[in-house]
Design a protein around this ligand. Structure first.
Ligand code: S3P
Length: 181
């Protein structure tokens, strides 16, 4: 661990909020930032699943998408007065204006991007994403991504592309843009 970065990051008086399409690497990057900076971590899907006691696909199936979306809003509302968190948001969280307002209250919002082909490779073996489960093709990913693009960009303070980059390179880029290093 880089002690100098770690020492400095403890003073971060805001949250780092990672948004972007499924499979773009939000959870992995959040874990790396958590380890490197000693920030608290909130993986939204994991927390929602823990609170409900069932998996994300089970929440979608038995309680419906709107129920899940309301849980996202509730969790973001609980985090708005916190600081020092790196928050990994579910891919759909920035689609609601209320959620974006909550993220921005005390957070720097970082949009992670990747090409549809990159996402396709990353999500192939995963069965935890109900919105991709029955149509895991690059074309479907591209379509859904382009429908969301405008809202993702409007929510973001800045964007970092993740194609062909290591976790360290992605984190360095985020920290440079936040002027932490
Ligand atoms: C979703 C993304 C998922 C999860 C749910 C819905 C979306 O999170 O919240 O399956 O609408 O994009 P990840 O982006 O972490 O896969």
């Amino acid at each position: 661990m880089d002690k100098q970065i770690n020492g400095k990051a403890k003073e971060i008086p805001y949250n780092i909020v990672l948004i972007g399409f499924m499979g773009v690497g939000k959870s992995t990057v959040a874990k790396t930032l958590h380890t490197r900076l000693g920030m608290k971590i909130m993986e939204m899907d994991e927390e929602i699943s823990r609170r409900e006691g069932i998996s994300i696909p089970e929440i979608f199936e038995t309680r419906g998408e709107t129920y899940f979306r309301n849980l996202e809003t509730e969790l973001l509302a609980q985090l708005q007065d916190e600081n020092g968190y790196v928050i990994s948001c579910g891919g759909g969280a920035p689609l609601r204006k209320t959620n974006v307002d909550l993220m921005k209250k005390n957070g720097k919002v970082v949009l992670l991007t990747a090409l549809p082909e990159t996402i396709w490779h990353r999500v192939q073996e995963n069965h935890e994403r109900p919105l991709l489960e029955n149509n895991k093709t690059a074309a479907h990913i591209e379509r859904l991504m382009s429908q969301r693009q405008e809202k993702y960009q409007a929510a973001a303070d800045f964007t970092v592309n993740t194609d062909n980059k290591t976790e360290k390179e992605i984190c360095d880029e985020i920290l440079e843009k936040l002027q932490i290093i």
